[in-house]
Design a protein around this ligand. Structure first.
Ligand SMILES: C=C(O[C@@H]1C=C(C(=O)O)C=C[C@H]1O)C(=O)O
Length: 403
């Protein structure tokens, strides 16, 4: 592998990162206007199979150790960065990637920068958006009726004692016209869901509210989501919806499994890592979620990718116990989730980084085939109609951004 030469220079912060990214191959990780956009690929690493995350962590350590980095900005996202998107399942046929762009444009807290790899001299320009397009998405391999049946089967397994929780997803499919400017969709997502992580890596894009893990200078944070409720039609109904969620033993159970799975994975790397004592209600434009924040200090020098490898898959996207949940997902979902439910984010030279769980997301293949997934946590008290309705709400960001 050739050693990378990386140079970061301060620039006036660009007003919006999205118009600077590539129209058909955007690389983006953004929240509330701050983040990084990549152009081109200076280095692309691909991984597969059960060790894909550990392999990526090891490969990245080598890339980082051999890179010559001159960074006059030195904040999260400056210097050497790799964008990553990883498949959910060990047996997925979808490739997991780490990509070092040729050029990165970043902005954070009023500071702007540009990073050039191996002397890339691309001009930094916002290009006009391509033609408008709209597409409709249709049920895929697990249509609504079959999804209800799958939920019923899962509840049966839970009641028989095989497991406590499983997250079941269904799929929608569509076709993106050739040459479509994907930045249009990213702008819609970023405007509509400003508090989420709007991302695009290797044809996989979305707006995720769930932080898998964030590492910076030995501090670690995560935001666990599990337990959902539709927003109310008016202020009063909306407050009632939040209260119902915050006091629902079904949702609190579902949530507890997810928080416990995160703490179990992180504590070996920092015994003092804790979560907020009680979950809080997080308001998104389409949904209420139960949320818990996790934070602490790392005691073993783990990098973001090491923790991603330790955490994935959490009970927010798989279930509890993990093995039984993954087996049931394979049995009841007639598709490969690809990178939905997998880690997506970036890592820097020090091993710091920000990673979300790919939710509210879609995969756009080279031939324009679009596949989107949305799921819901199934526990003993789950009702098939309500879980189906929940997946509909979770599809909304993607359906509306492409529609
Ligand atoms: C599985 C999804 O979302 C996850 C499941 C949730 C739930 O079951 O309540 C809530 C947030 C996410 O952790 C999805 O968006 O597809």
């Amino acid at each position: 592998m050739t050693d990378l030469t990386v140079e970061t220079r301060r620039i006036d912060p660009v007003p919006s990162l999205i118009p600077y990214s590539d129209p058909t191959h955007p690389l983006l990780f953004l929240r509330r206007g701050d983040g990084i956009a990549g152009i081109g690929e200076a280095l692309r690493l691909e991984f597969r199979g059960p060790t894909r995350l550990a392999d990526a962590a090891a490969a990245w350590r080598e890339v980082a150790a051999s890179a010559r980095v001159d960074d006059e900005v030195r904040i999260g996202g400056s210097g050497l960065v790799g964008f990553g998107a990883f498949a959910f399942d060990d047996d997925s046929t979808r490739t997991s990637v780490l990509i070092v762009p040729r050029v990165v444009i970043g902005r954070r807290n009023g500071v702007g920068w540009v990073t050039r790899v191996n002397g890339a001299d691309d001009a930094i320009t916002a290009s006009p958006l391509g033609a408008e397009y709209r597409l409709s998405l249709h049920p895929g391999a697990l249509p609504p009726d079959a999804y209800r049946d799958a939920v019923r089967s899962a509840v049966g397994r839970i009641l028989s004692g095989s497991l406590e929780k499983v997250v079941l997803a269904r799929d929608l499919v569509g076709h993106v016209p050739a040459g479509a400017d994907l930045r249009r969709v990213l702008l819609e997502l970023a405007l509509g869901y400003p508090d989420t992580w709007t991302f695009a890596v290797d044809g996989h894009l979305g707006s995720s509210p769930e932080t898998l893990v964030r590492v910076y200078g030995g501090d670690v944070t995560a935001r666990v989501l599990a337990g959902s409720h539709a927003r109310g039609a008016d202020a009063e109904a909306d407050a009632a919806a939040a209260l119902e969620l915050a006091t629902s033993s079904k949702d609190l159970d579902e949530h507890r499994f997810a928080v416990e799975s995160v703490l179990r994975a992180l504590r070996p790397h920092g015994p003092g890592i804790t979560s907020t004592e009680l979950p809080f209600t997080l308001k998104l434009p389409n949904l209420w979620h139960l949320a818990s924040d996790v934070h602490g200090r790392l005691s073993d020098g783990s990098g973001a990718l090491d923790l991603v490898a330790a955490l994935h898959p959490t009970a927010a996207v798989a279930g509890t116990p993990t093995r039984a949940a993954l087996d049931l997902i394979r049995e009841l979902e007639p598709f490969d989730r690809g990178r939905y439910g997998g880690p997506v984010g970036w890592v820097d030279q020090a091993g710091d980084g920000k990673w979300a769980i790919s939710l509210r997301s879609a995969e756009v293949d080279a031939d324009g085939t679009l596949t989107a997934f949305a799921g819901a946590g199934i526990v003993a008290e789950s009702d098939p109609d309500r879980e189906l309705a929940e997946t509909k709400l979770k599809f909304r960001p993607i359906v509306e951004a492409f529609g």
